[in-house]
Write a protein that binds this ligand. Sequence first.
Ligand SMILES: Cc1cc2nc3c(=O)[nH]c(=O)nc-3n(C[C@H](O)[C@H](O)[C@H](O)COP(=O)(O)OP(=O)(O)OC[C@H]3O[C@@H](n4cnc5c(N)ncnc54)[C@H](O)[C@@H]3O)c2cc1C
Length: 496
Amino acid sequence: MSNYDIVIIGAGLGGLLCANILAKEGMSVCVIEKNKKPGGSIQSFVKDKAIFNTGLNYTEGLGDGEVLNRYFKYFNILDKIKIKQMDVDGFERISFEGDITEYPIAQGYDNFVEKLSAHFPAERNKLKMYIQKMRTVCNSFPFYTFSNLDEINSKTDFFNLSAHDYVSNLTSNPKLNNILAGMSSLYAGDKENTPMYVHSLINYTFIGSAWRFVDGGSQLAARISDEIKKHGGDILLNQEVVQIGGNKQADFVELKNGEKIFAKQFISNVHPKITLNLVNKNISKAAFKARIDSLDNSIGMFSMYIVLNENQFPYLNYNHHHFNAVNTWTTDYNEKEWPEHYMLYTPPNSQSEKWANALIIITYMKYDEVKKWAHTFVEQRGDEYLDFKRRKAEKLLDFVEKKFPQLRTKIRSYYSSTPLTYRDYTNTHEGSAYGIIKKFHDPISTIIKPKTRIRNLYFTGQNLNMHGVLGVSIGAALTCAELVGSQYLFNKIKNS
Ligand SMILES: Cc1cc2nc3c(=O)[nH]c(=O)nc-3n(C[C@H](O)[C@H](O)[C@H](O)COP(=O)(O)OP(=O)(O)OC[C@H]3O[C@@H](n4cnc5c(N)ncnc54)[C@H](O)[C@@H]3O)c2cc1C
């Protein structure tokens, strides 16, 4: 019978990082993952020798002294990953149908203002104000800025500030206001809900610096796994947890093969709603479950993974966000108008700096569009689903070819995924890309805390604090802080 200090359900980024922290603290740790490989959404895969990312294109804050740099140093992985800084003068290019200009989002706060002011000279001061506003918001999150740990409790007024309302009223130029929200697909920005703090934490740190993983995001999961094993932790792959059982508290998890693994404390990296479905009735808390069940989730994505012909499409050291109109808030799209936006990027490969061998195009897709196949599983969904995906892919390519003419002639083959793909691979609720939506008009109930109502069960992962590599890294620290002490862990990371 296995018995650990800590059992972690799910080896996504959140689960792996918690294991890394707690194994380093001398605890006996076991991470249990249902898939063959660790990583969840940061996994990459290979088709025709080209490497594709599923949910990790780029990350932020890896420059010297920046926030993720400190976390990665503390995790002891910074010098073990192959990364590449994106184009400093425009790591994002925003464009609109009917306007040939590609508006740059540059790295470095002064550079950002400079590069956008070149297109909107009258708005220079407003752009400075925008950066200052985001800085103020970010400074209230000590685990981002390593400011005083008590700050978060005293400055909460911005929790109720709407990202859309703030950004849309910032300048008198609607195009510029929409450009500032041009990266909104990074957080599924939605007019009705997204708080300004979500927009700020993401945009401000990416403008600080933006980085890609050379040869795929899986290396991140592999290097964290190495660290876990180095500190004596176990990672069980291909083992699905089907129950969290116990008497007055969680005592064990049961695997699909019937095996039970016991521990003193449990952390779930699985979506909170799905986690609570796993909890045995003896220890379940009905009111807590009802609250979590009632929360809304972000929209999912339709992704195209394109293998390119050799030496025909250049490697672009930036992401391209293109919109069919001057409206960058497109989660609530009209199906007839779909796609209203896409994000296109070329993952870097170590074979060539000049040419891309892979191209990824991502756009929103509502779960309702694929709901009729909800009872099916990966690669067994039938011809009607395959036909649906093909039609969607061709429609998306028609739109992309308006900006990148003749793209189809450069394609060797392509593959696609829908929210159902993410649902089945990672168990995210209805294939939601970023999990539980944070709401500016209801901040308290949409911010999920690590502590659950079940005494020794904790949450981690993108549903807590924030999604993304940075958000999930900080989320893992917040979860582990519950077990080892907040100030203690904070100081360790700060001093790394
Ligand atoms: C299309 C897309 C693009 C993205 N691009 C970026 C980007 O460029 N940069 C960025 O920073 N972020 C990006 N993200 C977000 C980022 O990928 C996620 O926020 C992050 O990877 C989530 O990590 P997690 O640990 O919370 O969850 P997950 O990755 O979902 O991990 C959960 C894990 O739990 C496992 N699991 C589930 N149920 C069970 C069970 N019953 N038993 C055992 N194991 C189980 C799953 O298999 C999975 O491995 C993107 C996301 C999407 C969808």
